[in-house]
Ligand binder design. Structure first.
Ligand code: ZN
Length: 155
């Protein structure tokens, strides 16, 4: 792969990773997930992030050129509500070798043990193996040795 092709691939990876990062942060509005592709509509932080770690920073105009190429190749598609804003297509994710993060659906299929940190849970010291761990009110068995946990041992 020549130098400019690998620079392009990096930008494509960046766009897919940015999309995934926002989805994982809970963003679901297409307008917020999408990017502007012209110098005028481009988010300055995007230009900054694309240039992170580059010894010779890309000019916004050349990023615009690259993004225009992505549109032609079917890596970017406009969102329905604003034809000047684009999100990466499945083809872009495939090319970048990145799996598209799922939105709300993925959050719903979380494992039951994957409880949010802020849910009420208490630290209990197991009187058999003496390991302290965090437990939800409905849990009553030591995660490490299986012994019964007693309310008494809540720290
Ligand atoms: Zn135990």
């Amino acid at each position: 792969m020549d130098k400019s092709a690998s620079a392009m691939k990096k930008i494509l990876e960046y766009i897919c990773e940015r999309y995934n990062r926002l989805v994982s942060e809970g963003v679901s509005e297409l307008e917020e997930l999408a990017i502007g592709t012209t110098v005028k509509r481009m988010d300055p932080s995007m230009i900054e992030e694309i240039n992170q770690g580059r010894t010779n920073p890309l000019k916004p105009a050349s990023i615009e050129r690259t993004l225009r190429g992505f549109k032609k190749q079917g890596y970017l598609e406009p969102i329905p509500t604003d034809s000047a804003l684009f999100i990466p297509t499945d083809k872009a994710f495939a090319e970048a070798g990145i799996e598209r993060a799922k939105g709300v659906g993925a959050m719903l299929s979380r494992k039951p043990f994957d409880v949010p940190r802020d849910k009420v849970h208490k630290n209990v010291e197991c009187r058999v193996c003496l390991i302290v761990d965090g437990y939800l009110p409905e849990e009553n068995e030591c995660r490490h040795c299986g012994a019964l946990l007693l309310e008494l041992d809540v720290l």
